[in-house]
Design a protein around this ligand. Structure first.
Ligand code: GTP
Ligand code: MG
Length: 184
């Protein structure tokens, strides 16, 4: 149904993209927003921004502001500033490097300690296992072990992604947005 004034409502959502160094955060954002992938690694310094405009439904246009935060910032003092007013997050790990999965719970804790929704609820957070085009590190959990981890750490969902092969990213974004809209 169209609004009676015939106008579409515009929603601005700030979403964080966090996780360890080199897991592919910038690559996921570039794939999602610019439909582009590069093999070359250039570390993000501080934070990069991207804006994606989504025609969500007949009445709603979403301006999704993605804050792509450098992996090295987990050891810095800026995350509280970067996280401010976020309404959702992606935490990314690299399925080929188990150590990046070990850091996921630390990122999640950092997030939950520093940001909450206006009603005090946790911001919805989706876990991305990126580089699924490559052989998986057997140290990363699957199946019921992964389900247990997601539940214990209060993730809204989990998607395997590849920025290189364009797998899972649109689905993960749609899922997170649906959770954000539920809270709005
Ligand atoms: P920081 O900015 O340092 O925190 O790293 P990042 O998480 O932004 O990683 P980035 O996107 O720069 O990617 C790191 C490297 O992984 C680059 O060489 C990418 O080309 C590569 N990469 C990213 N995503 C994928 C993927 O899905 N598959 C494969 N095979 N390589 C990927
Ligand atoms: Mg980056």
């Amino acid at each position: 149904l169209l609004r009676s004034d015939g106008k579409r409502r515009e929603k601005l959502y700030k979403v964080l993209v966090i996780g360890d160094i080199g897991v592919g955060k910038t690559s996921v954002v570039k794939r999602y927003v610019h439909r582009f992938f590069s093999q070359q690694y250039r570390a993000t310094i501080g934070v990069d921004f991207a804006l994606k405009i989504i025609n969500w439904d007949q009445n709603t246009v979403i301006r999704l502001q993605l804050w792509d935060i450098a992996g090295q910032e987990r050891f810095g003092h800026m995350t509280r500033v970067y996280y401010k007013d976020a309404v959702g997050a992606f935490i990314v790990f690299d399925t080929t490097r188990g150590a990046t999965f070990d850091a996921v719970a630390k990122w999640k804790k950092d997030l939950d300690q520093k940001v909450e929704l206006p009603d005090g609820k946790l911001v919805p957070c989706v876990l991305l296992g990126n580089k699924c085009d490559q052989p998986r590190d057997s140290q990363t959990p699957e199946g019921t072990r992964m389900d247990q981890f997601l539940k214990e750490n209060e993730f809204s969902g989990f998607f395997e992604t590849s920025a290189k092969e364009n797998i899972g990213i649109d689905q993960a974004a749609r899922f997170l947005l649906s959770k954000i809209i539920e809270n709005d």
